[in-house]
Design a protein around this ligand. Structure first.
Ligand SMILES: Nc1ncnc2c1ncn2[C@@H]1O[C@H](COP(=O)(O)OP(=O)(O)O)[C@@H](O)[C@H]1O
Ligand SMILES: [Mg+2]
Length: 286
């Protein structure tokens, strides 16, 4: 079972977009894929498990009512949106690794399952830190042992926060994919992410030799500064930088998000071509 961990301490670098596109893409290529949502915001979870058109259905349900406030509409709204993600989630797996079997959910896509998270996962780091009598950093590795024959690939979507969740993910010995965008602090983002990985490697003996690749993403090739940044990153990091660069293209991304799909399903977009290249490149490395 191979593992990819999409990680950067910088927010908004497209981690979730990459994790879910790679998960779906490898599943389309016949691999049995498990995506683990390690971000308490649960964006990957929502995009794979929520029924699209939720808002449309709710709007239809109130179509006879006017725009004035009513208790009836308030109750309808609360009923619809207060529903917690029921069932077992990733936070329960950190309490008891065996629970992974109950927590995994299938998606509407072939070969693709998700280990979902919700906001409760934001408590997990603190909870783990208080459990000083038991080892806290190998829970995810233990959990994955229970399903190691069920999947060819695990893709982990991480939050930018420094936490024991990151340590747990690194302990599974993944290939770390560090997405880098072209904003002003993108180079600092690489430096701090690598510094964090190196610090964890020193702190935890088991995080031996973690391999990583840098993925340049959201590039606008008409921008001179983007080209300069790309040259600089390639000059510093050589073969650690993937050949594929993902272009900035908003409309297919938005269309995919609205339909609960990925850009790979939006035909004739440049960005789908980029992702197909990325999938092939990663297939060679894994
Ligand atoms: N290649 C791209 N081109 C244009 N917009 C993108 C691209 N990749 C991601 N985005 C958008 O950038 C925003 C941040 O992406 P997201 O995947 O949520 O990042 P993160 O998980 O790192 O916070 C989202 O609105 C997403 O739709
Ligand atoms: Mg995210």
């Amino acid at each position: 079972m191979k593992k990819i961990m999409v990680y950067s301490i910088k927010g908004g670098t497209g981690k979730t977009t990459q994790a879910k596109t790679l998960s779906k893409g490898f599943a389309m290529r016949g691999k049995r894929v498990l995506e683990i949502d390690l971000d308490p915001q649960g964006n990957s979870t929502k995009s794979f498990t929520q029924v699209p058109n939720d808002i449309k259905r709710l709007t239809e349900a109130i179509s006879e009512l006017n725009s004035a406030y009513s208790k009836e509409k308030e109750l309808l709204f609360i009923k619809q949106y207060s529903k917690q993600q029921t069932g077992v989630c990733l936070s329960d797996v950190f309490d008891d690794p065996k629970k992974i079997i109950e927590a995994i959910r299938s998606t509407r896509f072939n070969h693709l399952d998700v280990l979902p998270s919700n906001l409760e996962l934001s408590q997990t780091d603190t909870k783990l830190r208080l459990e000083t009598m038991k080892r806290q950093e190998n829970r995810l590795r233990k959990a994955l042992n229970h399903v190691r024959d069920c999947y060819d690939l695990v893709v982990m979507d991480c939050s930018p926060a420094k936490s024991l969740l990151t340590v747990n993910a690194l302990m599974t010995e993944p290939l770390v994919l560090i997405p880098v965008d072209f904003s002003d602090d993108s180079l600092q983002g690489i430096a701090l992410t690598l510094q964090e990985i190196n610090a964890l490697r020193e702190e935890y003996d088991e995080i031996a030799d973690i391999d990583y690749r840098i993925l340049l993403t959201m590039k606008n090739s008409r921008m001179r500064s983007h080209q300069n940044t790309e040259s600089l990153v390639r000059a510093f990091f050589g073969e650690k930088v993937l050949n594929t660069t993902i272009r900035f293209q908003e409309s297919p991304i938005n269309e995919a998000n609205e339909k609960g799909l990925t850009v790979l399903d939006i035909k004739k977009s440049n960005i789908a071509e980029d992702y197909e290249m990325l999938l092939s490149e990663l297939e060679e490395i894994l």
